[in-house]
Design a protein around this ligand. Structure first.
Ligand code: SAH
Length: 459
């Protein structure tokens, strides 16, 4: 039977909002039909105009908030609304944390079919200026001006944004320096449509523990005119600068970085310090963006790993070896596995920098390496997992069950794939979740959450 949506385009209605999407949209229902409303919060009543009607859901615009919720906050950042970044700034910070906890609980019950304890989210004392990495698209504006900023909500249009509330302020100084250089030297920004122009992105990374700064200019081709003037402009403007790097990306897709990097000035990496350990980070390596919360996250992971100094530990998605070296302080042997070669090189160097000689690093896909290693007899005591959003490959999970480690500690940036994978690991009865799932707020003001789960072997 075909049912028509109960609303029509341009209709004005009063709507009670009962939930919130990760994109920060309030959801209200008319006879069960969901309407997504930008900027409206649960507990509020809003007067809306329906803007788009699809078969099973629609979109509406707020005309007036007739009943304001108690959780509403004034967005603190000047770029809020223009920038597609932080979607939860209009929600008070305690309410953001409560919402993230609920989201994790829901993921475990709906996707995992599991009833687990979810601890209150570990939040930040000051949930601003926390990011150590900024990536800015560089484009030409409608009036020919150079835009270095952020994509506006749901678009490929770049807006110039001189301030970002969650970014370390030094990044803005690098933006100003690059803008000045492009204007003075007549360097063209990249044009997505034609594939012409030179500068595609600017990435800035700051070591919070050292003050060291790296600027990476992503270019569409090999050549970079006036590169001396670029490094001069950056060195004048950016305190702590130790590295200016060009990355060449000739592809026509949305991937930001290419494979080739060239040092323009200084060295190819920055160093940072986390909890007393020194890490070198190269431009192509993954590094957690919120260093304060990273330490909190790794400490939670270590609590669940229960290391006593003798264990053999596998860190299956080790990046530059951060969690591996935290673990090495209390383990007999650590094997880190990572698919990006540059990150493996950083990890080896990081072990050396910290005088750790019982951590080794391999460049491989975890789901290909672990089954082989287990077949050859490797029996790790503890396996640490920290995969990208898509979670673990089933072949890796099977290999873990075959390896029968005492404990598995899973760090995840996506509650849905986490719940799916924890279900797979525990459903046979060999493992059970131990203690509470601990969410950590790595990304305040945004619709993202990080979690740690510990699992122990039952039989
Ligand atoms: N634990 C590290 C890195 C986590 S990010 C940290 O906290 O910093 C996930 C890492 O897994 C990235 O470095 C990515 O390059 C790597 N990776 C992605 N797929 C992989 C795979 N199939 N096997 C091994 N490593 C992988």
């Amino acid at each position: 039977m075909k049912t028509n949506p109960p609303v029509q385009k341009n209709q004005e209605i009063d709507l009670g909002i009962d939930s919130l999407t990760r994109e920060g949209m309030g959801v209200g229902r008319v006879e069960g039909y969901a309407l997504f409303v930008h900027g409206a919060l649960p507990g509020e009543t809003v007067r809306v105009r329906v803007e788009r009607v699809e078969k099973r859901y629609g979109y509406a615009r707020t005309l007036d908030v007739t009943k304001t919720g108690s959780e509403r906050a004034d967005p603190a950042c000047g770029a809020y609304g223009r920038c597609g970044g932080c979607s939860l700034q209009h929600l008070s910070y305690p309410a953001q944390l409560a919402w993230k906890r609920q989201w994790v609980e829901d993921a475990f019950s709906r996707i995992g079919g599991m009833d687990v304890d979810v601890a209150p989210v570990l939040g930040m004392e000051r949930p601003w200026a926390y990011r150590n990495k900024a990536v800015y698209p560089v484009r030409r504006g409608p009036d020919g001006q150079i835009l270095i900023g952020f994509f506006t909500p749901r678009s490929h249009r770049v807006a110039d944004i001189d301030i970002c509330g969650i970014q370390h302020p030094i990044a803005e100084q690098a933006v100003a320096a690059v803008r000045r250089w492009m204007t003075e030297a007549g360097i063209a920004p990249y044009d997505e449509k034609s594939g012409t122009g030179t500068v595609r992105h600017l990435m800035v990374r700051i070591g919070f523990g050292t003050g060291e700064v790296q600027a990476v200019l992503v270019t569409s081709g090999d050549g970079l005119p006036a590169s001396d003037a670029l490094t001069h402009s950056l060195r004048e403007a950016v305190p702590g600068l130790v590295s200016v790097v060009q990355n060449v990306n000739t592809r026509r897709d949305n991937v930001i970085m290419g494979d080739i990097t060239k040092i323009l000035w200084g060295r190819e990496w920055i160093e940072d310090v986390l909890d007393g350990l020194t890490f070198r980070v190269g431009p192509l390596s993954f590094y957690q963006v919120n260093p304060v919360q990273t330490v909190a996250l790794y400490r939670e992971a270590m609590k669940r790993a229960g290391l006593t100094g003798t264990e053999t530990v596998v860190d299956a998605y080790c990046g530059i070896g951060t969690i591996s070296l935290f673990a090495a302080r209390n383990a007999g042997r650590v094997i880190g596995v990572e698919s990006v070669g540059e990150a493996v090189a950083d990890a080896r160097e990081n072990a050396r920098l910290n005088g750790i000689d019982h951590a080794e690093f391999l460049c491989a896909r975890a789901e290909e390496w672990l089954p082989r290693a287990v077949a050859e007899g490797l029996r790790p005591d503890v396996i640490l997992l920290d995969p990208p959003r898509k979670g673990c490959d089933p072949k890796l999970l099977e290999a873990i069950l075959a390896a029968r480690p005492e404990r598995v500690v899973y760090v995840s940036c996506d509650p849905a794939t986490l719940a799916r994978d924890v279900k797979r690991l525990t459903e046979g009865g060999m493992y059970r979740v131990e203690g509470a799932v601990q969410p950590v707020d790595m990304f305040p003001q945004t619709g993202h959450v990080e979690c740690v789960v510990g699992m122990g072997r039952v039989r």
